[in-house]
Write a protein that binds this ligand. Sequence first.
Ligand code: BGC
Length: 770
Amino acid sequence: MKTHHIISALFLTLSAPLYAQSPTTRPESSGIPQLQVKARDAFISGLMKKMTLDEKIGQLNLVSVGPDNPKEKIMADIRAGKVGGVFNTVTKPDIRRMQDQVQFSRLKIPPFYAYDVVHGQRTVFPISLGLASSWDMNTVALSAHISAEEAAADGLNMTFSPMVDITRDPRWGRVSEGFGEDTFLTSRMAYVTVKAYQGDDASGPESVMANVKHYALYGAVEGGREYNTVDMSLSRMFNDYMPPYKAAIDAGADGVMVALNSVNGVPATSNAWLLKDVLRNQWNFKGLTVSDHGAIGGLVKHGVAENDRQAAAMALKAGVDMDMADDMYGKYLKGLLKDGLVSQQDIDRAVRDVLTAKWDMGLFADPYRHLGPASTDPVDTNAESRLHRNEAREVARTSLVLLKNDNHTLPLQKKGTLALIGPLADSQRDMMGSWSAAGVAKQSVTVLKGMQDALGDKATLLYVRGSNITNDKNIYDFLNSYDKAITNDPRTPQQMIDEAVKTADKADVVVAVVGESQGMSSEASSRTEIDIPQAQIDLLKALKATGKPLVLVLMNGRPLTLSWENDISNAMLETWYSGTEGGHAIADVLFGDYNPSGKLPMTFPRAVGQIPIYNSMLNTGRPFNPQKPDKYTSRYFDIPNGPLFPFGYGLSYTDFSVSNVSLSSTTLSKTGEIRASVTVKNTGKVAGATTVQLYIRDVTASISRPVKELKGFEKIDLQPGEEKRVTFTLREKDLRFFDNQIKWASEPGKFNVFIGLDSVNVKENSFQLK
Ligand code: BGC
């Protein structure tokens, strides 16, 4: 109840512009009133006067608990005033033990405690790509708010999230962590997430400070290869890739994590243009910047610093406040200052940012904020009672995308015999996805458990594994290289398939849960083929040969190439990694207890060779026209140009009709507005929700503009036979873009308006901007 209250309050704040592309003034950090800002700044100035150089440098040190840096060592460093913040310590008792050391330090400056709370803390929600599939701001706000509440209840006060890197390359494993390919959708997600994490006040009892990441352009790594180079025109950068970071900052994000990649040859970590000119000067960011893991040392490998010492100087001078996990500042700043290679102002500026963040988190007022006395610690950190299962199920249901449903194969009936087959059908670890924070795999509900609970004794459910994730030893070894992520059944592939076929033969319908194990879609998990591994394809071939209706439940963290699967299956449900309550949510959809409404936040290509393929592409000078095919046009001759499943696509158990687009006027003036409306009707037999999407095209401009650019969306619920009028309002500022001189302006002329329930099947109209 309490949570829902907060969500509606949150939502009210959204009537303000969701993100602006123009340089705007950010409210003072964390929405702190001006008087308090003065008091804060005076307090910090006073404190900094008392600090020694070593203590200042200590504040810039962000340390991770790990084998090289055990807790005892960190505690000693805290006592010595050498630690600014700690991450990867995630329980109240552990954090309190660290915090208790602060009283033995000279100035008693508390560290902050951070963690990668990306899609949940104890309760795990769907991966961010799944959250984006909901196109539902309440859902996203609810999951982010609960994540913050649970993180705060574990004593944490900062998260390295949201990750808002736009990506149009599904080969990159980290697509699973972001909100997909689209600038507008991701910017909305970024804004809402930050608001939900920080609330009105980053020091609130259920707030954690957000660090938007990875600034900038990490999602555009060449070839989708992890940590690779990014090289991009400025207009594309500012039109497509930058707005989500800016949206997070406009929402009040107090932290920014700097990306590992280079941008046009200059690593983000040493990129003063990114960190000062754009972030601070243009966007008016006043918060804290942190390097990514070991990124300062990485400057030597990038080939821009000769050695670590020079790297430390470059990062600080470029504007990186805190050094994550490579102690470059700790080792070198003192000497660099002595030799005049960094200035006292460089150090003081960074220290001030750290201390300001701590003040905003309320740590000077109460260093035990979020911790409280030991008597308040949960008896069992992983207790069931600490989970938000109902909300997790509610959120997970909205993230599921129905890709195919021939002849109403779904929903399934709760009777007869059902065969559930596949290496992901009963995998608790995979259900959680990567970056599942402090989530405990044993607490997650698999598809098997979800279906068992849904069926009770109404039907017979047969389950066999059918295949391993992969039979490729190299991939198996890779997936298990850091932790035991997958386990293989020792039987031969044929033995497993034979058993699966026998099981399928006994059933009325086969549900196959296939895809990627979570480790295949995460950091450092780039792929050149984005298909379902061969071991599972062999299984599917055998299942198809049984002639039984075949439903594919897909678990994966990136768009996959699914042309063959689309041909051979009767229905396909995209479930991503749907978190703690994933299995229940999936069963709700499979049996029709919940009507799916998710829409893809990323284009699904037909083949890897089409990548990058995305909705907001440019037209080219020789666009291919399928109605009038011509050889000398922009196309592949071996497969169609278009995707298998476009951006914004997703089916329902009901049908919807969309009327023509009516416009309130045929012209739009610089100060006016134009309303674009459609009537959407539920023409089917069951209630359902869908997302109405508005795209525009600036037909002629000084630079080529996208053939379709998302500019609005609204999720609506409709009873059978019910219709609703959906109206979007466009103003001149919605039509602005950055030209090649990085001037943000609209240009008069014709604009097409498209409205539909995905990005391809749309109704069209047009107006003139005067
Ligand atoms: C990742 C960041 C993450 C950090 C701390 C890095 O490897 O790139 O996204 O926040 O580790 O865990």
